[in-house]
Design a protein around this ligand. Structure first.
Ligand code: PEP
Ligand code: MN
Length: 346
């Protein structure tokens, strides 16, 4: 339920409404937009009559949120969510290009890649240290050692780091190091993990599950938002279809559909969506043209010898070319590429 306050409502009137929401056993989520203050009363609202709030001073209107996801819905938060990420913003005019290897393999591999992607125009560095591999015998990631290398790469380049978390037991370690917690496709519905991440205030990039619907992705984001963590980005990374010529099928529709349904930033991963470096740039361009707020792209200095996902990884030169093209499309969309403005530690 949304309680929309009158434009001139006083802070005392807002507090008074909040007291009533709590007394009704509901959770309070305050959204202070430019146009109006909207107070979300979230929980089992079907038995709570709207009149309970309609009659309170300062209240303009009470509306029920019709979608099963509440805090993620555009109805609750009509303006785009724009939040800062270490020197730039996500969800607004700036387009964030996140790039780096699938897995962190060594100190030199991640530092070399970090410098190369920064030079090419990336705004953030990716790199997995806990890898969700189909085979238990495949490279599983460097763990904390990998986080140390990523932290060094960040110190040298100023690029914030985006790293996948696979389990709640990794949470304390991860929040010490990372700027963005990536929730992978396979963990999109790991509800215990989502709840635990919701309790943190670390930004999140949550990827769509291999065969998850758009609504299921939004319900997963809702788990995180309901814990009070509002810095959530959604990521389309391709879905399983009957088509076998690419690793996955990019659901390009998902970009405008999500932008319509939610205020959260939408990022496209053209690497996992196609599974082949030959197609990554084309789909990256399509994603920005379709309205994505950013890209997450796999880049490796030596894809042929990558420990994971080499086939879909771009060499730094190909990545640089892609960023140029994407930057031009961004301009047509009245947007521009984000870049880090942080002082770099030597
Ligand atoms: C990854 O980003 O390397 C990854 C494992 O992605 P996904 O969860 O989309 O498969
Ligand atoms: Mn990968």
């Amino acid at each position: 339920m949304m309680i929309i306050m009158k434009p001139n409502a006083t802070p005392q009137q807002v507090d008074h409404v909040i007291e009533h929401i709590k007394a009704a056993g509901l959770a309070v989520h305050l959204s202070q937009g430019v146009e109006a203050t909207i107070i979300g009363a979230i929980g089992e609202t079907h038995n709570v009559p709207a009149e309970l709030f309609e009659t309170l001073d300062g209240v303009d209107e009470v509306q029920r949120i019709t979608k099963p996801y509440k805090l993620a819905s555009r109805q609750f938060h009509p303006e785009n969510s724009v939040f800062p990420l270490d020197g730039f913003t996500v969800g607004g005019e700036e387009i964030a290009v996140i790039a780096g290897p699938c897995s962190v393999e060594s100190r030199s591999q991640i530092t070399e890649t970090a410098h190369a992607v920064k030079e090419a125009g990336a705004a953030a560095l990716r790199g997995g240290v806990f890898k969700p591999r189909t085979s238990p015998y495949a490279f599983q990631g460097l763990g904390e050692e990998g986080l140390e290398y990523l932290a060094e790469a960040r110190a040298q380049t100023g690029l914030p780091i985006v790293v996948e978390i696979m389990s709640q037991v990794q949470l304390d370690l991860m929040v010490k190091y990372v700027d963005v917690l990536q929730v992978g496709a396979r963990n999109m519905q790991n509800f215990n993990l989502l709840r635990a991440i919701g309790e943190t205030r670390t930004s999140v990039l949550i990827k769509r599950g291999l065969s998850a619907t758009i609504e299921e992705l939004l319900m997963s984001a809702e788990y995180i938002l309901s814990g009070g963590n509002k810095q959530v980005m959604l990521c389309e990374r391709g879905i399983r279809t009957f088509e076998t010529s690419t690793r996955n099928t990019t659901d390009i529709n998902a970009i405008p559909v999500l932008k319509n349904l939610t205020h959260l930033p939408v990022i496209l991963d053209p690497s996992h969506a196609t599974g082949h470096s030959d197609f990554v740039a084309a789909i990256a361009r399509a994603g920005i043209a379709a309205g994505a707020d950013g890209l997450i792209v796999e880049v490796h200095p030596d894809p042929a010898h990558a420990a994971s996902d080499g086939k879909q990884s771009l060499k730094p030169e190909a990545f640089a070319k892609m960023v140029k093209q994407v930057g031009q499309i961004a301009q047509i969309m009245d947007r521009r590429l984000a870049s880090v403005r942080l002082p770099v530690k030597q």
